[in-house]
Write a protein that binds this ligand. Structure first.
Ligand code: KIV
Length: 273
């Protein structure tokens, strides 16, 4: 059953959010019981193979969010506004958000940062009925300016900026705030101060909810585990082994067998010879 914004904001249980980027991902997330699905612009890294989220376009997000929605019709769907779509003024941001809501069936949009410009956008969108999820801490869209993909909020200035940013997003109307890659104690302080839910990724256990990237959670890439994620499966290894087994059987003439083959009547075949 899809939760409403007020239900998510007042939920007693921890909120579970997972990213998804396509139809099967939407099905898995919904049937797995996620409270919220995020079509994150991490799409750029984990699906499209870019080095960063910066090249992801609004059309990319809409294309993938539509597919997720077809797989998850009954789950609260949040879609990231990609880099550049909410940085050129509130009119452009409103236009981008309206496209996302109208064309994908999303319930909310998410954007990164708490600059005065972003806060203006949050105010205008929420005043016009578009729920907004904020995002502070590590912000991949502007990671270069943050000194790379690094934990934020470790020194006083960065910690203060993160706390004030989260508070300002709430005050501007955000219904929830993602806290990415910040110390657990700082996330706890923010969570205690805010009345809207915090959703953490690499932000410790005290956040109101947690989010993981689909590919990290399922181990779709082999190799080193990211510090902020936990693998609950090894689907990358399983996929590689399955394809290798298929290749070996084809090369040995063991696939397909009778089970995967179709039959026809002898007399029909006879007429062809
Ligand atoms: O793009 C994304 O997947 C995100 C999550 C990591 C919160 O923003």
């Amino acid at each position: 059953m899809k939760r409403s914004v007020p239900e998510l904001m007042t939920a007693a249980e921890p909120l579970v959010m997972v990213t998804a980027y396509d139809y099967p991902g939407g099905i898995h997330a919904e049937r797995g019981g996620a409270d919220l699905i995020l079509v994150g612009d991490s799409l750029g890294n984990v699906v499209l193979g870019y080095d960063s989220t910066a090249p992801v376009t609004l059309n990319d997000m809409i294309h993938h969010a539509r597919a997720v929605r077809r797989g998850a019709r009954d789950t609260f769907l949040v879609v990231d506004l990609p880099f550049g779509t909410y940085h050129t003024g509130v009119t452009d941001a409103m236009r981008a958000a309206v496209r996302v809501i109208q064309e994908t069936g999303a319930d909310a949009v998410k954007m990164e940062g708490a600059t005065p410009e972003v806060l203006d956008v949050v105010r205008v969108l929420t005043r016009n009925g578009i729920p907004v999820m904020g995002h502070v801490g590590l912000m991949p869209q502007t990671a270069t300016a943050q000194g790379g993909l690094k934990v934020q909020g470790k020194d006083e200035e960065s910690a203060r900026r993160t706390v004030e940013g989260a508070q300002a997003l709430q005050d501007a109307g955000a219904f929830a705030v993602v806290l990415e890659a910040i110390p657990a104690r700082l996330a706890r302080l923010i969570t205690e101060r805010l009345t809207v839910p915090t959703i953490g990724i690499g932000a410790g256990v005290h956040c109101k909810g947690q989010v993981l990237v689909y590919h990290d959670l399922l181990g779709l890439y082999e190799g080193e585990e990211k510090k902020l994620a936990k693998r609950y499966a090894e689907l990358g290894r399983d996929a590689r082994e399955a394809i290798a087994a298929y290749a070996a059987e084809v090369r040995a003439g063991r696939f397909p067998t009778k089970d995967q083959s179709f039959v026809m009547k002898d007399d029909v075949l006879g007429k062809l010879y």
